[in-house]
Design a protein. Structure first.
Length: 166
């Protein structure tokens, strides 16, 4: 119960702040971001997610860390769109994201990952060996939840590394 309450307070601050907020849970100590611990960002291709990607790239570059860009299809089936079309469209998001980084961060090592799962679970899993996980405070959101920032809330609750909410 206490963890949920603390997560709620962290989320309330992060979702309403006018600047990026980094949530560091008790007991994590100093998580080092650098050559061994990459910085992970989740993106859905929205303008808000672009801000998170830019924050992530700047942070990773300033610490000589690598960057991983993750995009999820949400594990959805859309009757009017084939799974192949959905996946192809989703695959364009990290490609566009990386292309936009080339100008400012040509020396940054960036990997991309496209997952068919839900972003909440995929990002929490990715946090297990990351130095920082970056999400936007409200993106397109998962259609089944219809709650702005539900991915950010779930990530704050479950992440195993500090979370920056941009």
């Amino acid at each position: 119960m206490l963890a949920t309450l603390l997560g709620s307070v962290s989320f309330a601050v992060a979702s309403t702040a006018q600047c990026p907020v980094v949530v560091v849970k008790e007991g994590w100590g100093a998580t080092l971001v650098g050559r061994r611990n990459r910085v992970v960002v989740g993106t859905d291709g929205s303008d808000r997610a672009a801000s998170a990607v830019a924050f992530d790239a700047d942070f990773a570059a300033s610490r000589s860390a690598s960057m991983e860009v993750i995009c999820c299809t949400g594990g959805l089936s859309v009757p009017v769109v084939s799974q192949e079309e959905l996946r192809r469209a989703a695959a364009e998001i990290p490609e566009r994201t990386c292309a936009s980084l080339d100008e400012r961060h040509s020396r940054l090592t960036v990997t991309t990952r496209l997952e068919d799962g839900v972003p909440e679970l995929t990002l929490v899993e990715a946090s297990s060996d990351a130095g920082l996980l970056v999400v936007d405070s409200s993106g397109r959101g998962h259609p089944r939840m219809m709650i702005a920032g539900s991915t950010a809330f779930a990530v704050i609750q479950g992440a195993r590394c500090p979370v920056a909410v941009v």
